[in-house]
Write a protein that binds this ligand. Structure first.
Ligand SMILES: [Zn+2]
Ligand SMILES: [Zn+2]
Length: 319
């Protein structure tokens, strides 16, 4: 529907290509710049968890297209820079679905570039620390996540995000309102079932001490009442000092922590060290930021996390 920024985007694209010579533009899951049909409602999402949520709510809807800005394998967007293809895609988007909470660092620039772009911030209610209305007080879940924006890793928070996306899309695209509403409810129902099941299976997690190698897993601790005894954020590639390692080993030994949650992409080396040096067992969980273009993938990934967590706690009991 919006073509007014297409020219600007095309110009930027050609300028940036001219600037760096013949750089091959990746077209993996990206955008080929093809003009979308006039009737098409284009939903662009910022990264994988938002993409999967939108696939559930709007995927395969007649006359609706859901596209992900970054490739499904990009991961978290902490340092992500918009590519020329991204800009092209945003210039045609009818709504841009983002996580918020600082996850999309490029957002301020995007807003400047596309002042008319409708941005749907799925985590807005979760991140807003100062409720503007009194009614918002009730929505506030009574705690602050600081800089941690990985809220899709908490089942209740992800449900809040899914609801917000469903509401936002219905507003932005009233023609498909009924469809969005039904499908949002269906998806929420499945997530709720998983949560009920998880709470039963992980009832014993309450108060258990764990160490985290990724702040995303703090939301698992939140959901099941586990106590975070220590944390190293290995989200970005960075050097861990000998002192940090020593301190962590001390925490694990002193507090007798039996379970450590890590992500294999960044936490493998440190995980091996911990397993060698202590009795603590390392479990590699999924941060749900990359994977197949499959609507069921958040549910499946979270289910596998729950299974691993259950296994971790059971093995700890056996020590
Ligand atoms: Zn992250
Ligand atoms: Zn929370």
């Amino acid at each position: 529907m919006k073509h007014k920024y297409l020219f600007v985007a095309a110009l930027l694209l050609s300028l940036s290509l001219a600037g760096v010579g013949f750089v091959k533009v990746s077209t993996g899951a990206g955008y080929d710049g093809e003009k979308k049909g006039e009737e098409e409602f284009l939903i662009v999402t910022s990264f994988y968890p938002m993409y999967i949520a939108c696939l559930n709510i709007a995927g395969n809807c007649e006359g609706v297209t859901v596209r992900n800005l970054s490739e499904p394998q990009t991961g978290c967007l902490h340092d992500y820079q918009l590519t020329p293809e991204d800009m092209m895609m945003l210039s045609q988007a009818d709504v841009f679905v983002v996580n918020g909470g600082g996850m999309e660092g490029f957002l301020t620039d995007a807003v400047k570039e596309y002042p008319d772009l409708k941005i749907l911030e799925a985590g807005e209610a979760i991140f807003s620390e100062t409720p503007e209305t009194e009614a918002a007080d009730e929505k506030d879940h009574g705690h602050d996540h600081g800089e941690n924006a990985h809220v899709w890793m908490s089942i209740p928070h992800y449900m809040e995000q899914v609801s917000a996306i469903g509401r936002g899309l219905s507003e932005a695209d009233p023609a498909h309102q009924e469809e969005y509403r039904t499908r949002t409810e269906e998806y929420l129902e499945k997530i709720q079932q998983l949560y009920q099941d998880a709470k039963k299976r992980l009832a014993g997690a309450q108060g258990r001490k764990i160490v985290l190698f990724h702040e995303a897993f703090a939301f698992l601790a939140e959901d099941y009442g586990m106590e975070i005894a220590g944390e190293l954020d290995l989200d970005e590639e960075r050097q861990i000092s000998a002192q940090e390692t020593a301190e962590l080993l001390e925490v694990i030994r002193e507090k007798e922590v039996g379970v450590l949650l890590a992500e294999s992409m960044y936490g493998k080396d440190m995980g091996d060290t911990i397993q060698k040096e202590t009795d603590c067992r390392v479990y590699y969980l999924n941060t749900l930021v990359r994977g197949e273009e499959d609507a069921a993938s958040w549910l499946e990934g979270m289910e596998e996390n729950i299974r691993l967590l259950e296994e971790a706690l059971a093995s700890e009991e056996g020590l």
